[in-house]
Design a protein around this ligand. Structure first.
Ligand code: TRP
Ligand code: SF4
Length: 435
């Protein structure tokens, strides 16, 4: 397959695409190649940031400024992400779920998609199976704290407004673009191509008028999903009527759907402006002008989509080293594992420790390369000081891997027991759910 011009990140040592992740991940390179901004650049502005942000586990973002601004004002905003039900939810999915829950608590309206169309098209799974597993994802996020208020959950295949929007968006995407972004080949099925538009529709649907129109939306994902976000941000602009460009003292506005829209827009402008055949220059505050134009576009029947924001978290390492994979049960902890079995898996995990206790006391361990320490920092230890202490003790050779494993397996067992009890008591009927 010819991958030239492809925007995916791939060389001998690292592969990051929506359908394949492998090798040693170089996060700085990912930021540069994908054009993602480091999260460290914005964290100081985030009110009471969550542990994944504080610990650098969420390492990148696009346009998160827009979300911070919305959090600080009383404007409406949303958080949306999706899960492909191709296997049981595991600790990797929990990370995204925790992010959705955190954003809902911070004031966002939460939209949760079960990507059953994607699982069917890409993984060849039966509808029956994806429905059954999909419900476990929804029960899981509910058990992790997602509240029924300010929330909607849906299966892609049941949400007609998503499928209709996907069709609309697909008319702006052509074959060479798909090939460049996803590396598709002549063997790729039409369904696999179409689910990329369905995902774009997942991401943009919170801005439909049935959800109160254009608004900032943040999509928490792993960096492998960034190609979808780049395409969606582009599509958001392409299907909307008006385009904005900053000029001295204001905004230049063009229409993508014919200049008659410009003439209609002029009638609604409460700002000083200059009219040209192909554009209008409007003078005043950028934000206020754009907001008014978007509102007018919606009244005209347009989408007026705001490009979605996103955050990117690190890939969770498998317990056995390498990547966490649903085809290797030893490599991950499923949220539905028997708690005792999960505890045993932790005991067998690969650590950043040395070959012998003696060596480790002398040279210290490497928490940065340790699957157990990763479990602590992503999932098991909430207090920063406690985590910091383990890290320092490890580096100084004061902590041995046995102690860590004992603690981690205890915490995993307790967590899973409690989580699975909560799942039992979840009533999906309390939620707005389209399935
Ligand atoms: N493609 C995603 C995955 O493989 C799942 C997904 C579907 C998604 N729709 C989405 C993620 C919308 C973020 C936003 O996990
Ligand atoms: Fe990991 Fe703990 Fe061993 Fe350090 S002591 S390498 S943190 S398991």
């Amino acid at each position: 397959m010819n991958r030239e011009g492809s925007k995916e990140s791939r060389n001998e040592s690292m592969v990051v695409t929506p359908w394949e992740v492998g090798g040693v991940i170089d996060y700085d390179r990912l930021l540069k190649e994908f054009g993602i901004h480091p999260f460290s650049e914005i964290i100081d502005k985030v009110p009471d940031p969550m542990h994944l942000m504080r610990r650098g586990l969420i390492f990148g973002h696009r346009d998160y400024d827009r979300i911070v601004e919305a959090m600080r004002s009383s404007k409406k905003w949303a958080v949306m992400s999706g899960f492909m039900p191709s296997g049981l939810p595991h600790f990797g999915h929990k990370m995204t779920m925790d992010e959705i829950v955190w954003h809902q608590r911070a004031g966002g309206f939460a939209h949760v998609a079960v990507a059953d169309m994607e699982a069917h098209a890409v993984r060849g799974m039966s509808w029956e199976k994806v429905k059954k597993i999909g419900k476990l994802y929804l029960k899981s996020i509910a058990a992790l704290g997602l509240k029924p208020r300010n929330c909607i959950m849906y299966f892609q295949s049941s949400a007609n407004f998503v499928k209709d929007l996907a069709f609309e968006l697909s008319s702006e995407v052509n074959w060479s673009e798909l090939k460049a972004i996803y590396g598709f080949s002549s063997e790729t099925t039409l369904a696999k191509m179409f689910v990329t538009s369905v995902q774009a529709a997942d991401i943009l649907h919170p801005q439909l008028s049935r959800f109160d129109g254009p608004k900032p939306v943040v999509v928490p994902v792993g960096a492998d999903q960034d190609p979808h976000l780049r395409l969606t941000r582009d599509l958001a602009a392409r299907v909307s009527i008006f385009a904005f460009e900053k000029i001295e003292g204001g905004v230049r506005i063009r229409s993508r759907k014919g200049n008659s829209y410009l003439r209609d827009l002029e009638k609604e402008l409460s700002f000083e402006f200059k009219s040209y055949a192909e554009h209008i220059d409007v003078f005043g505050d950028y934000g206020e002008i754009v907001e008014l134009v978007r509102k007018t576009e919606v009244e005209m029947g347009g989408f007026a989509f705001i490009p979605p924001s996103s955050t990117y978290h690190r890939f969770i390492t498998g317990l056995t080293g390498g990547k966490m994979s649903s085809s290797k049960p030893e490599s991950y902890i499923s949220l539905f594992d028997d708690p005792k079995t999960a505890a045993k898996k932790v005991k067998r995990a690969i650590t950043g420790g040395k070959g012998s206790a003696e060596e480790q006391r002398k040279f210290g361990g490497e928490p940065g390369k340790c699957a157990v320490f990763e479990l602590f920092s992503i999932h098991l230890i909430k207090k920063d000081e406690e985590l910091e202490e383990i890290k320092n003790r490890c580096k100084n050779g004061e902590q041995l891997c046995g102690q860590c494993k004992k603690l981690a397996s205890q915490l995993v067992e307790e967590f899973l027991k409690d989580f699975q009890e909560k799942v039992e008591s979840v009533n999906l009927g309390d939620y707005e759910i389209i399935c």
